[in-house]
Design a protein around this ligand. Sequence first.
Ligand code: ACM
Ligand code: ZN
Length: 565
Amino acid sequence: MKRIGFLILACIAVLPVSAQRANYNIIPLPKEVKADTTQLFTLTGGMGIVYDNNNAEVTRIAQFMQQWVKETTGISLLLTPADKNAPIKLSIIAPAKKSKKAKQAAPLTDQQKEGYTLEVNKGGIQLSAYEPVGLFHAAQTLRKSLPVKQLTTVELPYVQITDQPRFSYRGVLLDCGRHFFTVEFIKQFLDAMALHGCNQFHWHLTEDQGWRFEVKAFPDLALKGSVREKTVIGPGNMRIYDNIPYGGYYTQDECREVVRYAAERYINVVPEIDMPGHMQSALHVFPNLGCTGGPYPVAPHWGVMREVLCGGNPETLYFLKTVFGELCDVFPSPFIHIGGDECPKERWQKCAKCQAKIKELGLASENIKVDGDGGRGSQDGRSAENKLQTYINHEIEQFLASRGRSLIGWDEILAGGLTENAIVMSWRGTKGGIAAAKQKHRVIMSPNVFAYIDHPQLKDYSKQPQTTDSYQVSCSKIHSFEPVIPEELTEEEQNCILGVQANLWTEHIAYPEHAFYQLLPRLASMSEVQWCSTNQKDFESFKARLPQLEKFYDKLGYIYCHQVE
Ligand code: ACM
Ligand code: ZN
């Protein structure tokens, strides 16, 4: 059945499609599309959308759909909850029981909850799903299939689309530490994520170069820790500065507004407070939390800083638990990101407090290499200092668990040994993710060579704005990424891979236009890794489908890279 669907889909791709006709060749490609292009349903203004208006979520999705159809085609649909005969229908359906004898249906997987069907036939357009989130994706699929043109009618070929995402975690990181982005911009970013079927916004809120999250117990963190005196300019770390103070932070009310806006688009906000490294902005405010006592400036340049939170000072844990406590108050996310990356240990090796704590805990260095070791600044292997980092992670994991949350950390958290329920975000390649999955830990794959969209997307660096300049991460490179490695992992271990994430670091990205240029169309490419099964992915087909999506980018005013490599 799947194969027939794709055959038909392939046929539509080569047929000349009139400008007024819907085209289901969208991005990310749905799992199954069975279209009959010989029969058409005509959508016109004044048609009604019927939905359950006792369900607030479904009502909102009906409103989104009305707004999207209007924005895309100029056609005005009516919201007619009571009209049983309206041609456009949103329905929540009950999952089927496996057999007649079964008392109830089996519980749905996260992916099934996000699944939907979209049917066009002589009765009109029917969107059905088990959960409102599925209807939201169905409405996005309808939206993306429409011609982007002011019209009075649109012809929709009869179709049956059955779809669900491959992975439950489909993330994008935005680094608001290196550069601050307004709430208004973040809402645009979330809209773009929703257009691509992404569902996890990883909000990187603290950095050496700026603390962006208001903590009511420690007001100076945001007031003083968010401001650096100057910023390095030009490529690399040539240490030429602009001498202009730079700052910005989010109040807790603003963070709640982001959470609300994201939730309406079925996006969870995963906040990150990066510790115990990448903490120089906090050390600026609380120099007593550093091993040397400071003073420490909010970092004016990029790179890995050797000044980190002291691992032996009990006040460090008090500080972290207070900060993560307020973070949990604001963000309902089931997972909280604790960072854990790039924490050099040279201060800890010489610090009396750190070494006393290592002794007290009986942490001995072991000559064990850890998969994923290597990279900027971190100490490799199962050293006593890396074990001290694990001790801190353990304390925070317990604290988060008491608030009903799980911990995510960058793959450096493997070095000192994983805490019991840690989720590993694998960024230094896939090795760390594989090692974690082998230990039956949940994993999010975000390997830099495939997923770091702060890197240039084109081979010719001179054709694009300045970025992190070490290697190209092209659309085709991203599209080729296979996050589940069957040669390395058993089936059970493969199930530990929750999903995939693209990361937009912003050392060199100070403006919204530049951020969107880095994001698009690479997010389109990433969305197929996140949503589509391996056998569906075809880069030539992706390229052929991209111009339709780019019409939406144009309509929505998004800046994007017009060349695809
Ligand atoms: C990272 O890129 N340092 C997670
Ligand atoms: Zn110390």
